[in-house]
Design a protein around this ligand. Structure first.
Ligand SMILES: [Ca+2]
Ligand SMILES: [Ca+2]
Ligand SMILES: [Ca+2]
Length: 433
């Protein structure tokens, strides 16, 4: 290099060889993590021995890849990065006993993926999210106070996704959603927590959140709680099982408490809970249908304030009907809107009466199973289903437009076959038979 330098000085400092040298030096510097402006991957412990050190030296958009091992630290993520563990069970983040929260996220668009996040039982949050558009995917989160806390107390947060996690043995909630909107809690195993998924609203409401396709099992107090004005949320296609038996509050599968209104509770399997559904204090206008309520100690527990009754909708009319109740004792000999025409129709001939304000007019004789090709599961195959397939057309599971519900024949590609299947069922309405 020295020879080169002298040679260049003779020829003038801005000669082409010197520029080439500068460029190659720049590209060398660019490969060092955290220095260039381009997104890079920082590896722990290769580049930095702790995750927090790697984060402190990361740029927006960087990926921090953490090799298998146990990392005893608390982590604050205050810039947009993707934090990825080498393997869910092999990459463990533990917390010193005296510390409070394991991972705190204050930046938007952060991903945390592929870790075991383990508390000592004395800590607070496993993952504390105070920002929007974050993804928590494929982690085991255990022995903390709240597994994942979506915290909209200080300012509104929105559009976070919590998916494919095992969240267990929390002293309080598996997932706590506080005054936060449009979040998705999907396809998680949420087991053995004090509360499974808890929505709470002080100030802004917890609203338009989706809880779909989760296993919510063995919660001490309750599986899903919609509390204090938590409204317009969707609780859909979950298994809510064996909750409330060891608790002291609510003791139920799904709870609607204190003016929690206009929520949709549908297609859930609600079984073996101490109480299936609990409703209290003007929690009204909730739409509760096509659930299977099986072998709960009490199917619907109604502890109502006489001045503020809860009045809910328990069916979608005839012929799509209401819910399946394992303790329904009626028969199915008749059909029709008034159940007075000869012939069965899969709907009980007499209503399932919870109380004077809560009646399933068309109880199902058998548990609900979905209508083939009803992509958006609104009980009819129509143009909306065609449109949903069109939106994902040409995609496969790794594609950004992929949506598994649009893969009607479940062959991991969305193509003309799926379109044809929807078209062949066009106009079909779900009925119990
Ligand atoms: Ca009938
Ligand atoms: Ca549909
Ligand atoms: Ca397909």
């Amino acid at each position: 290099m020295w020879v080169e330098w002298r040679y260049m000085r003779k020829r003038g400092i801005f000669g082409p060889t010197f520029l080439l040298l500068l460029m190659s030096l720049a590209s060398l510097v660019g490969t060092l993590p955290g220095i260039s402006g381009e997104p890079t991957t920082i590896i722990v412990p290769d580049h930095y021995s702790t995750i927090q050190e790697a984060l402190d030296n990361a740029n927006e958009g960087d990926t921090i890849f953490v090799r298998n091992g146990t990392y005893v630290e608390t982590i604050v993520i205050n810039r947009t990065v993707s934090l990825e563990g080498e393997s869910q069970e092999g990459t463990v983040i533990r917390i010193p006993e005296s510390e409070r929260d394991i991972i705190t996220i204050t930046a938007d668009n952060v991903t945390v993926q592929g870790f075991t996040i383990r508390g000592t039982g004395l800590n607070w949050q496993g993952i504390w999210i105070r920002s929007s558009h974050c993804l928590v995917d494929g982690n085991i989160i255990e022995h903390v106070r709240e597994g994942v806390f979506l915290d909209g107390r200080a300012h509104s947060i929105t559009d976070n996704v919590v998916t494919n996690n095992c969240i267990r043995n929390s002293d309080d909630c598996g997932v706590l959603v506080w005054s936060s909107t449009d979040n998705q809690i999907e396809s998680n195993n949420i087991t053995d927590n004090k509360w499974g998924v808890y929505f709470f609203s002080l100030g802004p409401k917890a609203t338009r959140n989706l809880v779909e396709n989760n296993q919510i099992i063995n919660s001490i107090n309750a599986g899903v709680v919609l509390d204090l004005h938590s409204s317009s949320n969707i609780i859909k296609r979950n298994r809510v099982s064996s909750n409330g038996w060891l608790g002291d509050t609510y003791m139920s599968g799904i709870v609607l408490n204190v003016q929690s209104v206009a929520n949709q509770i549908l297609y859930n399997k609600i079984d073996n809970n101490k109480r299936g559904i609990y409703q209290y204090y003007a929690s009204s206008s909730n739409s509760i249908h096509h659930n299977s309520l099986t072998s709960n100690g009490v199917q619907v527990y109604h502890e109502d304030h006489p001045e503020y009754p809860s009045v809910n909708v328990w069916d979608t009319g005839y012929p799509t009907g209401g819910n399946y109740w394992s303790d329904y004792v009626g028969t199915d000999l008749f059909r029709g809107l008034y159940q007075n025409e000869t012939g069965s129709d899969g709907i009980g001939d007499t209503p399932y009466i919870i109380d004077a304000d809560n009646i399933d007019h068309y109880p199902l004789m058998n548990p609900y199973s979905p209508l083939p090709a009803d992509v958006n599961e609104d009980l009819i195959v129509d143009i909306q289903d065609i449109a949903l397939v069109a939106l994902c057309f040409g995609s496969c599971p790794t594609h950004p437009r992929w949506d598994p519900v649009a893969d009607v024949n479940r062959d991991n590609q969305i193509n003309v076959i799926d379109t044809a299947l929807v078209a062949s069922k066009f106009g079909t309405k779900w009925t119990p038979l």
